[in-house]
Write a protein that binds this ligand. Structure first.
Ligand SMILES: Cc1ncc(C[n+]2csc(CCOP(=O)(O)OP(=O)(O)O)c2C)c(N)n1
Length: 536
């Protein structure tokens, strides 16, 4: 109450969402798209518990957030008071830092520090819990001393060792993660790839750190990654991993990850080095600084060695991508996810930012959308939070009101935060929503199909008529079925002012390929997923 009473006196833009979880995801979307700190506010008790999923989502993907929660007054704390909850205790495991402000004079410096912590080093969410009587109290503030930013020193000999490994490798791969985007190291990454001719793969969150039409970009690995990319990792003799954390969707998709490779691992968070994969050379440093340092050691490679050194390796990879390309092109001619992705890209143009939810559609978008704009792929990777996309897109749209923003979601996840259409309408946000409606919790159904003998236990799911639902919110909507003109519908949506919902009824049993269950060997995987499951 005191916070909201003060709010009109300050030049802050406040967005009243309809569910606090959406506030956290919207702040997250804003932060992912801009690199700036996103802020969300919630009241004590149920308001605070509602933002918990949003904080965990941000923590898993290293997103800078400050979440401010109201707390009951200090005398009431610890007494099961009305709407009291220990939000700090509850969120400690998945915030970068948490504060409970017990002294009004500490409020100002704590807020400043919260922002600094959220954006420094490896970014993450910071919680500031403020008791009601602290909010009411008069406070003194005597300025603020910034934390001394001490970027992890980049150790010269480690950089040199990494450069030496790059020079020697015959089958090297660059594996770029979210850290490349977070540290703004895209140029350095590209320079390194182009100078050495080394093919680049990304993690899911690293998608759009390199334009997908770059000749050295070959795709992404893991459980639903391309077989050719997993195979390349299997054969690689040097994995140059930067700004990534060896998530188990990549490493345990196969029984032995990168068995023939030396590993260079660069991460700003030293605790990531050796946590999952033991590096040959570990460098605890900001991606941009480390890449610059390494580039310095690669300056005097003779021209003919640049790019030429692994020409045969690139050819080998290109060959193994050929059947995948063929299968993708065949699927392109049929009504389904690829067609829909192509149509969105064509109608929205190169500037589009795509925010995806979690499930099959997320994997299809990552596989087929062909992201060419820097940092244009926004998704919940680590926590995999259904319900993320629509509110996160609100944050993206607030950050870039004049650029196209599309949501791709399933008919399950979209229903987890649909109430935000009211917020979207109130602010006239220009968000286009494509629901890939298969009538199932599709990704779960796919697992049931393959591993539970098609026992579709509790995965068929109903929903509203989305056209009518959109209309009830004063928004435009359309249902698209096989045989309808997908391009025309998407173009129509793009041309409408404000938010539009397109409800694409797709094949209920369409699957994501490849699919590599944990522990399968690369060789089994290639046979199973490419042949038996039919690819691409
Ligand atoms: C909040 C939340 N609950 C449950 C899950 C587990 N889960 C992952 S994908 C999925 C199904 C998603 O279905 P839908 O949104 O329809 O998308 P589709 O897979 O059909 O594209 C579920 C239930 C999750 N990731 N997040």
């Amino acid at each position: 109450m005191p916070f909201y009473d003060a709010l009109p006196d300050y030049p802050l833009k406040h967005v009243l969402v309809r569910h606090e979880q959406a506030a956290a995801h919207a702040a997250d979307g804003y932060a992912r798209a801009t690199g700036r700190v996103g802020v969300c506010v919630a009241t004590s008790g149920p308001g605070a518990t509602n933002i918990v999923t949003g904080l965990a989502t941000a923590q898993m993907d290293s997103v800078p957030l400050v979440a401010i929660t109201g707390q009951v007054g200090r005398p009431a704390m610890g007494k099961d008071s009305f709407q009291e909850t220990n939000v700090m205790g509850m969120t400690l495991p998945f915030t970068k830092h948490s504060f409970l402000v017990e002294d009004p004079d500490e409020l100002y410096p704590t807020m400043r520090r919260a922002f600094e912590i959220a954006r420094s080093g490896r970014p993450g969410p910071v919680l500031v819990d403020v008791p009601k009587d602290v909010q009411f109290a008069a406070c003194e503030h005597n300025g603020y001393r910034r934390l001394k930013e001490a970027p992890a020193p980049v150790v010269g000999h480690a950089l040199e060792a990494a450069a030496a490994l790059l020079r020697k490798a015959k089958r090297p791969l660059i594996l770029a993660g979210h850290g490349v985007i977070l540290s703004g190291a895209e140029m350095e990454l590209r320079l390194l790839a182009e100078r050495t001719g080394i093919p680049v793969v990304t993690t899911l969150l690293g998608i759009s750190s390199v334009p997908e039409d770059h000749p050295l970009y070959i795709g992404w690995p893991g459980m639903h990654g391309a077989a050719s990319v997993n195979r390349a990792i299997d054969k690689s003799d040097l994995l140059f991993a930067v700004g990534m954390r060896f998530d188990d969707r990549i490493t345990s998709a196969v029984n032995k990850f990168a068995p023939n490779a030396k590993i260079v691992h660069i991460d700003v968070d030293p605790s990531e080095l050796g946590k999952v994969v033991k590096p040959t050379v570990g460098i605890a440093a900001d991606a941009k600084a480390a890449l610059r340092g390494i580039l310095g050691y690669l300056e005097e490679i003779p021209e003919e060695d640049f790019g030429g050194a692994c020409a045969q390796w690139r050819e080998e990879i290109a060959e193994s991508q050929e059947p995948e390309r063929r299968r993708e092109d065949e699927a392109r001619g049929k009504y389904g996810p690829i067609w829909i992705m192509d149509a969105i890209k064509a109608a929205a143009g190169e500037e589009v930012r795509l925010v995806t939810d979690v499930g099959q559609h997320q994997m299809w978008a990552a596989q087929f959308f062909k992201f060419t704009k820097h940092n244009s792929h926004i998704t919940s990777g680590g926590l995999g939070t259904m319900g993320f996309a629509l509110p996160a897109a609100m944050g993206v749209a607030f950050a870039y009101p004049d650029e196209p923003v599309w949501v791709v979601a399933g008919d399950g996840g979209i229903q987890m935060n649909l109430q935000e259409l009211a917020t979207i309408r109130d602010f006239g946000l220009d968000i286009k929503v494509a629901i890939l409606n298969n009538g199932y919790l599709g990704m779960v159904r796919q697992w049931q199909q393959f591993f539970h003998n098609r026992r579709y236990s509790e995965t068929p799911i109903t929903g509203p008529d989305y056209e009518q639902f959109a209309a009830a919110y004063g928004l435009a909507g359309k249902t698209v079925r096989e045989g309808d003109d997908v391009e025309a519908a998407v173009k129509w949506a793009q041309e409408q002012p404000g938010c539009v919902i397109l409800d694409f009824h797709i094949d209920p049993e369409a699957n994501v390929y490849p699919m590599i269950p944990s522990g399968m060997s690369v060789h089994e995987m290639i046979e199973e997923s490419s042949a038996a499951y039919g690819g691409p």
